[in-house]
Design a protein around this ligand. Structure first.
Ligand SMILES: Nc1ncnc2c1ncn2[C@@H]1O[C@H](COP(=O)(O)OP(=O)(O)OP(=O)(O)O)[C@@H](O)[C@H]1O
Ligand SMILES: CC(C)(CO)[C@@H](O)C(=O)[O-]
Ligand code: BAL
Length: 285
């Protein structure tokens, strides 16, 4: 596996592969790789002839008071894990390589889906994600790109962007990879203290309880949201949002909606965690 830092070199590799008729799978990441990322690489590996992984902590998707500076950067360990996972190319550009003109002036922005959940509390976040993923798609020109369902809203927004901008890329969503106690794997889990780490699986446990309540016929979604937010806050989280949403529009779910996503973002100390579960309400059809 080659690690390269320049856009021009990636283009050269990709041209060679396309000339040979190889299909290109792509996994964009911010690095500090864990088994969740590796599962995406394996998904790309199973679908394509060659696999490109990018590692880029993208400044335009972080707000001024977020954790851009302290986001973990572990390139050597990441490269070793990618060799084991069977990636062919690691693209690890600098900020100057990705934003050569400095202050960015050309943005890709998806209306609507960004109004809810993380979009409501992280102003400008998804505009940064869609802008950098557009640039990465233009550089890597993949046939398939794999993203995690853990970042449910990001996946929905990137699907919409890809369709509306006519990128010839198949977007694949991969299931959330979890620790044995249910906690969704995330680079930010490394920020948790020992006691926070013990508490963290409560997030998924509460999502599962909500899922069970809905499956048992509970339809007062707003009071479920309030009840479980209170429970998490009492347990020591600071809940940013906990919503039962329409899985397509991401708007708060109505009683007769059939495809739902139960999504949560909550802080434990300084660390913001997100998670979600999807469910289909069959008796609403
Ligand atoms: N537990 C997981 N299971 C499956 N996919 C995941 C998981 N965690 C992250 N991903 C996916 O990996 C890709 C890169 O995500 P990213 O590098 O931001 O990792 P992360 O662990 O989510 O980091 P952070 O939580 O700090 O943002 C995204 O498509 C994301 O959805
Ligand atoms: C998709 C992504 C790599 C864009 O920077 C990032 O948002 C992430 O890691 O999920
Ligand atoms: N995993 C989504 C990227 C972010 O939190 O900035």
């Amino acid at each position: 596996m080659q690690t390269i830092h320049s856009v021009a070199q990636v283009r050269e590799y990709v041209r060679g592969w396309h000339r040979k008729g190889h299909t290109v799978g792509f996994v964009p990441t911010m690095g500090n790789l864990h088994d969740g990322h590796i599962s995406l690489v394996r998904e790309a590996r199973a679908r394509c002839d060659v696999v490109v992984v990018s590692i880029f902590v993208n400044p335009t998707q972080f707000g001024p008071n977020e954790d851009f500076d302290r986001y973990p950067r572990t390139l050597d360990a990441d490269a070793a894990a990618l060799v084991d996972a069977g990636a062919d190319l690691l693209f690890a550009p600098s900020v100057d390589e990705m934003y050569p003109l400095g202050q960015n002036q050309t943005w890709v922005d998806v209306d609507g889906l960004g109004d809810y959940l993380c979009g409501a509390s992280r102003e400008g976040h998804f505009r940064g994600v869609t802008t950098v993923v557009s640039r990465l798609f233009n550089i890597v020109q993949p046939d398939v790109a794999v993203f995690g369902e853990k970042d449910f809203q990001q996946l929905a927004i990137l699907r919409r962007m890809t369709e509306e901008l006519l990128f010839p890329v198949k977007i694949v969503g991969a299931p959330t990879s979890r620790e044995e106690d249910g906690l969704a794997r995330s680079s930010r889990n490394g920020f948790l203290s020992e006691s926070e780490r013990k508490l963290a699986p409560q997030l998924y446990a509460n999502l599962q309880q909500i899922q069970q309540a809905v499956e048992a016929g509970e339809r007062d979604y707003r009071s479920l949201e309030a009840r479980f937010s209170d429970a998490l806050n009492e347990a020591g989280f600071a809940v940013d949002y906990l919503t039962i949403s329409n899985a397509r529009s991401l708007a708060p779910a109505a009683e007769n909606d059939t495809d739902l996503v139960i999504a949560v973002a909550a802080k434990l100390g300084q660390t913001r965690l997100i998670d979600n579960v999807s469910l289909a309400v069959v008796d609403n059809q």
